[in-house]
Design a protein around this ligand. Structure first.
Ligand code: 1GP
Length: 252
């Protein structure tokens, strides 16, 4: 099954999908196996793999660890055009539609497309919408674009709708990794009421309660990264997964 269809099926069955972002610079290969297996056991639906910088060179090894240790999909969340690999199942083909930087709207894509075709992985066309979140996040800085004002849900909704009309299959409302403030609930509601494609929300989500609030506001996919970079928090994975999977929580 295509990964996009798998995600839509999870949304249908469980209410919303829960993805974990793996940053190769933050998760060491020797800890990966235990973490990944724990994620699968506690109900995580898949992994996003990528980072804004690639200091460690662990990008492909981490994808490999996902494939070896779990049956869950490995989806590249590219921080740059170097992050394309045939080892993954799919790649978020991100266009930073909140910005007006042509390079991040279409420029890099021209270079990356033949690489993705050669890799034979599924591109999932994604409208990447950066939302102002209290600090200058890495995503904002690296994209060289302004984030969308957090008190303007109507701009977010119109931006997402334009992306859907352009044929994009997924909307990603992004506060940025480690954000002080998450994407506002009213903004999530405005976007999900306007669009028909799945809406993913991430950045700064640190409690199951906040994750659930995002889902209740309309989010179809929740992403967390930062919080589980601390091993002491791994015990909370089940609570997060169950908060997201409101239709179908699991007993572990
Ligand atoms: C970042 O939305 C993701 O791209 C996850 O954010 O690391 O803050 O959970 P956090």
């Amino acid at each position: 099954m295509k990964i996009y269809n798998y995600i839509k099926q999870i949304i249908e069955e469980k209410g919303a999908a829960y993805l974990i972002l793996l940053d190769p610079d933050k998760l060491s290969i020797d800890k990966a196996k235990a973490f990944l297996q724990h994620c699968e056991k506690t109900g995580v639906d898949g992994f996003l793999i990528g980072g804004s910088l690639m200091m460690s060179g662990n990008f492909e090894s981490l994808i490999e660890q996902v494939k070896i240790n779990t049956s869950l999909p490995a989806v590249i969340f590219p921080g740059s055009i170097d992050q394309v690999s045939s080892l993954a199942d799919a790649i978020l083909f991100l266009s930073v539609v909140s910005g007006r930087n042509a390079d991040h709207l279409i420029g890099r894509h021209v270079i990356a497309s033949p690489m993705i075709k050669r890799a034979g992985i599924e591109p999932i066309s994604t409208a990447y919408i950066l939302i102002e979140s209290g600090i200058t996040t890495t995503a904002v800085y690296m994209s060289g674009s302004m984030p969308l004002p957090r008190n303007k849900p109507e701009i977010a909704a119109a931006t997402a709708l334009a992306a859907e009309y352009l044929g994009m299959k997924l909307i990603y409302l992004e506060a940025g990794s480690g954000a002080d403030q998450t994407v506002p609930d009213e903004m999530i509601t405005a976007v999900t009421k306007t669009c028909t494609v799945p809406v993913m929300v991430g950045g700064g989500i640190r409690t199951p309660m906040v994750a659930r609030k995002k889902v209740e506001s309309g989010a179809n996919i929740i992403v967390t990264g930062n919080y589980f970079e601390d091993e002491n928090n791994w015990d909370m994975l089940k609570e997060f997964a169950n908060a997201v999977h409101f239709k179908n929580p699991i007993e572990v």
